[in-house]
Design a binder for this molecule. Structure first.
Ligand code: C5P
Length: 229
């Protein structure tokens, strides 16, 4: 008897588009596990920085991947904790600067290969909600549902600005916009696993949408694929 394949829902899209919100909602709606693949790139970039490994030495950066003990704790953004080798890196991992470092190491295929199996290991019963840039194209091409969330760079920078301001951070909208643009450029134009919608992905442009509308659309997709009752 062949074992049933553990289903994956892939959610890809550029930074700041709301994948975290959508995938957390999907995980609670389905009861499936969640993979935050961006966090793995962020952790590896930080680990390299801590070990004084230059980020452009891709082989040396990739070599660090296997030795890291990574634990994700909590299910909501508020109670999230990311422990690396027993230490709490949550705050550092979520910093804007760490996202930029992550997108630099993510351009190297040796780094992406080093994280591949680690990402696939999250595929455990009853199912997986995978959040990233290449979930539907490279890591889980057999996903039962692929969603590509998109929004203009302006809308994403504004959302991030509101989020950070609410948390009391002092940031400039113009700086955030420039960072979003730079990260987009790197993620979309890199030679390996560039950010792109899979041909069989459902693209949702959220530029003019609020959170409830996005979730209503995703719920309709779940129902149409008979992934929930
Ligand atoms: O999603 P997040 O902003 O945490 O990702 C940080 C960076 O890691 C992205 O800008 C991207 O360059 C890289 N990344 C990637 N592939 C993934 C997830 C993230 O290249 N699946």
């Amino acid at each position: 008897m062949t074992r049933p394949v553990i289903p994956v829902i892939a959610v890809d899209g550029p930074s700041g588009v709301g994948k975290g919100m959508a995938t957390r909602w999907l995980a609670s709606r389905t009861g499936w596990h969640r993979l935050d693949s961006g966090a793995l790139y962020r952790i590896l970039a930080l680990a390299a920085t801590h070990a004084a490994v230059p980020l452009d030495q891709a082989d040396a950066v990739a070599a660090l991947a296997g030795g890291l003990d990574i634990r994700f704790v909590g299910e909501t953004e508020a109670d999230e904790a990311i422990l690396v080798d027993g230490q709490d890196w949550t705050h550092e991992i979520r910093a804007e600067e760490t996202g930029n470092l992550a997108s630099k190491i993510a351009t190297a295929s040796v780094v992406r290969d080093a994280l591949m199996q680690r990402q696939r290991d999250f595929r455990t019963a009853p199912g997986l909600i995978a959040d990233g840039r290449d979930m539907g194209t490279i890591v889980f091409p057999d996903a039962v549902l692929k969603v590509f969330l998109d929004a203009s760079a302006e809308a994403r920078a504004e959302r991030r600005y509101r989020q950070l301001s609410k948390k009391g951070a002092s940031v400039k909208l113009t700086d955030l916009f420039a960072e979003v643009r730079a990260r987009d450029e790197r993620d979309r134009k890199r030679a390996v696993a560039p950010l792109a919608a899979a041909p069989d992905a459902v693209i949702i442009d959220t530029t003019q949408m609020g959170v409830p509308e996005v979730l209503t659309e995703i719920e309709a997709l779940l129902k149409s694929r008979q992934l929930v009752d």
